[in-house]
Design a protein around this ligand. Sequence first.
Ligand SMILES: C[S@@+](CC[C@H](N)C(=O)[O-])C[C@H]1O[C@@H](n2cnc3c(N)ncnc32)[C@H](O)[C@@H]1O
Length: 380
Amino acid sequence: MLVEIERILPGGVGLAHADGKTIFVSLSATGDRVRVSIDREQGNLLFASVAEVIAPGPDRIEPPCPYFGRCGGCDFQQLTYQAQLTAKADIIKDCLHRIAKLETPDFGVVPSPNAWHYRARATWQLDPEQQTIGYYERGSRRVCDVADCAVLVPELQKTLERVRDTQRPDQVKHLDVVTGDSGTSLAPGFAGFEASEVTLTVQGETYRYNAEAFFQINQQLLPELLEYALGQVGGETALDLYSGVGLFTLPLARRFKRVTAVESNAIATRFARKNLGNAGLENVNVVTDTVADWIRSFAVKNRRVDFVLLDPPRAGAESAVIKGILDLRPAQICYVSCDPATLARDLKKLVAGGFRIESLCGFDMFPQTHHVETVVHLFR
Ligand SMILES: C[S@@+](CC[C@H](N)C(=O)[O-])C[C@H]1O[C@@H](n2cnc3c(N)ncnc32)[C@H](O)[C@@H]1O
């Protein structure tokens, strides 16, 4: 089947139409004329792959990585970097419009300082039988054996090479790995590789963490992200929900009299307390709990909150969390999201609950993939 790609959709696939059908084409570029092979059919929707590029669109480039297409890690290498940024802005707009019926104010996507070799955290999949290590292949649980990953920071590329040269225990099926200003932490540890502590200094704050706790993937873009998310905020009380090891908690503690940080991973909250202690900050209550469980009882006590920052995982905030935030009636909310679709779902409820979008901005935390970070400021 021959089709022309009209635009890139949320999920990163290209949209095309033919024979009364809607076709989603993976690894395509706007303006491409391609022959596609159909992978899956669902009513009037076809899911397809590019079999042959008949005429490339203006955004198409030759993907430089030899694993591209097979490895499930990157799905935007076929696009110029400018086209990736444009597609991500369109994805954010599309989600907010389609899912939440919200018009977006003017916004852009802040580029990553490095479009390659930016990734300071990764999960490597292992197949003990095949002795392979890398990422899952596209649409499968087979491990794509990767010797050289074009998006890893050099420190992690070196670690990947050392792990590849080391006998791995058969029971280890995946490895979490993270780096900072120096050193690497790897979990689960084996043969001299450890979940040791690493540190990173961002905008004057020093964070300690390891591979067992979440830390942001693209560390080069963190100053811009923090600057935009926190801007000029300040006041009496702030909440940092889904707070990890305290990336936002430390700067919030300098701007507000009292801060409560809530995070379910006990390893992350241990690091958060340590990071606050090392910074001499004593005005933060770090809670190890799910945000949904915690906010129910907090909201019942009718506490006053000026500012809520929430940075949930891809699934977004649970309904109980949105309800809890609305019950607290903060003056301002900052929603940091790594999934525009769940962000749109949650914004719809916040706007229905009396908030309006003041501003938003995209951050290209994940170049060469369709993923994008969005930060939204909401006022009541
Ligand atoms: C996207 S990360 C953000 C972490 C932190 N704000 C940062 O920027 O480093 C989401 C965090 O939410 C935590 N988390 C996931 N589900 C949670 C839940 N139901 N309640 C509380 N924390 C949760 C994860 O462990 C992770 O640390």
